[in-house]
Design a protein around this ligand. Structure first.
Ligand SMILES: *[C@@H]1O[C@H](CO)[C@@H](O)[C@H](O)[C@H]1NC(C)=O
Ligand SMILES: *[C@@H]1O[C@H](CO)[C@@H](O)[C@H](O)[C@H]1NC(C)=O
Ligand SMILES: *[C@@H]1O[C@H](CO)[C@@H](O)[C@H](O)[C@H]1NC(C)=O
Length: 370
């Protein structure tokens, strides 16, 4: 019997020791106070293609703690930035954007501050962690590639994708999207079909909102099984492509300089949000070409110097300036406009003039125009 006694005592000593070690190594003891990590960490997927709700509760050991303020430190692995994002909050819930095609990894700590901690903020040594593997499966090599959205002239959005070469021939891709103003996901309103297959989506009807995340998912089915879904999140103001400039004017000035001016392109892009690139190409009498590109912001005119006897051609394109958007696409180039103008135009004008002169009309005035 005494053997069992010593055994029991030993067991209880061991348990105490282990408990102490656990406390000592995993929790911070402050003023005899242990700060435990939060409990009941859950991640809720409301089906918004990547916008997940994270919930947790304060540790049961601190539930009756009245003289100290509880906050939480939430950390999640941000796959878009390839680093951890850290948030401090006194709430018990947080919504964050995740790429559902990748692992979701979330950690929370408890933060305690007040008279119980002597005024300093104490963080729990341990964290509570939740890891969710991507649930969406699909056939390897069936995910669409090179997903690109363009907000044309700030009027309508068009998203396109490429087919993976390994994708089964008669697979049918589908695009779903969600943003803050929608109760639930919606399917693409109008697919773009090229060579008989779905290669994109045009957003018709009510336009997508700017300055808010739009979540897209391209999945689909094929005779061999479901396609591997792709998840994309973007804000459309960063995907603007202005229209090409239509009106470009070149005017000679008395001081051998050319005045180039143009008008803002069609569409809804604010004029003061555009930056410009002007390409000018000079053709000397010896047939040599000389090209140069100049950039301007704000103004829609510039001066170019020309040498005698050469012909100069210019074209412009525009893009959203970084003051207005993080990124954007260059517009297509305008058509070339040249000085002196088109040779054929010159020839026909001359012919017209000759006819006018031979009719005795006031040819002088016309010759000055040319
Ligand atoms: C965590 O969840 C369990 C089971 O639902 C519950 O009994 C417990 O009280 C919860 N803990 C806290 C701190 O809310
Ligand atoms: C708390 O702060 C007071 C005043 O700064 C100090 O005298 C006391 O030792 C502190 N107590 C602990 C447990 O750190
Ligand atoms: C594609 O995703 C949408 C939205 O999550 C879902 O409703 C639909 O069932 C999926 N389609 C396939 C073929 O997996």
């Amino acid at each position: 019997a005494s053997g069992r006694m010593t055994g029991n005592v030993w067991l209880s000593i061991r348990a105490t020791l282990m408990l102490f070690l656990l406390n000592w190594s995993q929790c911070i003891q402050y003023n005899g106070l242990t700060v435990d990590p939060p409990e009941n960490l859950t991640i809720l997927d409301p089906g918004h293609l990547g916008s997940l709700q994270i919930h947790w509760s304060p540790p049961a050991s601190l539930l009756n703690m009245k003289d100290c303020h509880k906050r939480f430190q939430l950390e999640y692995f941000n796959t878009y930035e390839d680093q951890w994002t850290i948030i401090r909050t006194s709430k018990r819930t947080y919504s964050a954007q995740f790429d559902l095609g990748k692992q979701v990894q979330v950690r929370v700590y408890t933060l305690l501050k007040g008279s119980c901690t002597n005024g300093s903020e104490v963080k729990s040594a341990r964290y509570t962690e939740l890891i969710k593997e991507p649930t969406s499966t699909g056939l390897v090599g069936t995910a669409v590639q090179d997903f690109v959205c363009v907000f044309h002239r700030m009027e309508y959005v068009e998203c396109k994708w490429e087919r993976d070469p390994k994708q089964p021939a008669n697979s049918l891709p589908t695009l779903y999207f969600w943003h803050n103003e929608l109760e639930q996901t919606e399917e693409c309103p109008k697919y773009i079909i090229s060579n008989g297959i779905r290669s994109g989506c045009t957003f018709t009807g009510k336009s997508l909102p700017d300055f808010t995340d739009i979540n897209f998912c391209v999945n689909g089915s094929s005779p061999e099984g479901p396609m591997k879904p792709s998840f994309i999140t973007l804000q459309i103001q960063n995907h603007v492509k202005p229209a090409a400039t239509q009106i470009l004017q070149l005017q000679a000035r008395p001081d051998t300089q050319l005045e180039l001016s143009w008008e803002s392109p069609a569409g809804k892009v604010p004029k003061n949000c555009l930056e410009w690139e002007v390409e000018h190409s000079e053709e000397g009498p010896d047939g040599n070409h000389l090209s140069e590109t100049i950039s301007t912001t704000g103004t829609m005119e510039t001066l170019l110097s020309i040498s005698d006897k050469s012909r100069i051609c210019v074209r412009v394109r525009s893009k959203m300036h970084k003051y207005c958007a993080n990124e954007g696409f260059w517009s297509d180039w305008s058509v070339w406009t040249c000085y002196p103008g088109n040779v054929f135009f010159f020839f026909f004008s001359l012919l017209f003039l000759l006819i006018l002169c031979s009719c005795g009309a006031s040819g002088r005035r016309f010759s000055r125009v040319i």
